[in-house]
Write a protein that binds this ligand. Sequence first.
Ligand SMILES: N[C@@H](CCC(=O)N[C@@H](CS)C(=O)NCC(=O)O)C(=O)O
Length: 201
Amino acid sequence: MESAKLYYLDVSPFARVCRALIYDWEIPVSPERVEFPLPDSFFELNPLGQVPVLETVGETIYPTQPIIDQLWAMTTGANTPHYDPLADRQMLQTIFTMGDMIVTSSQIVRSGLRPSGENLLGFDMVERHQKRIDNVLDMLEENAPNWLLYDKVSVCDYALAAVLLYADFRRPFNWRHREKLAGIVDHIAASDSFGRTNPRP
Ligand SMILES: N[C@@H](CCC(=O)N[C@@H](CS)C(=O)NCC(=O)O)C(=O)O
């Protein structure tokens, strides 16, 4: 039987979490790298035209959080990092939404789309996103017991590491003064699964 496939872009932090989980949870899914920009045909797979996408025998699954739920459902024993779909959902969704803002801000800046006419919105989009990002990071730093949610590493820690390492790679900003977060990210960055999923230079 053909195995499930995970379509990914090398630099995508969302796909990186899924790829690291496939490795750590030992799930029979083949990672399929696609190149940026994604071809228009990709919209037939995912109407959002984004990676990651998980293609299983009967289903095409996106965006990232339902993919993680599916990967978790496919685990047979190995369960590090820890995942509890119900207990982790709010933090995981918040981190991924922050990741959307990090990616969008990077794209606004890299595509030269900073304000070029009268600003009818009333605020600068990139500054506003940065404020949300900083607030989420402050909240995480303040509440983290040791790892983000538990006394053991969880999928939320992987998500945080993936989005902040993406930020360091694409559009660095100052987040390292939050010492607990810096410790979590450095620890995960040094792991085998994150070493294997490092974007190519
Ligand atoms: N919220 C989405 C975000 C996915 C996303 O932003 N994917 C980006 C890569 S980081 C992408 O596929 N970009 C390709 C494009 O925009 O054409 C999720 O959770 O999966």
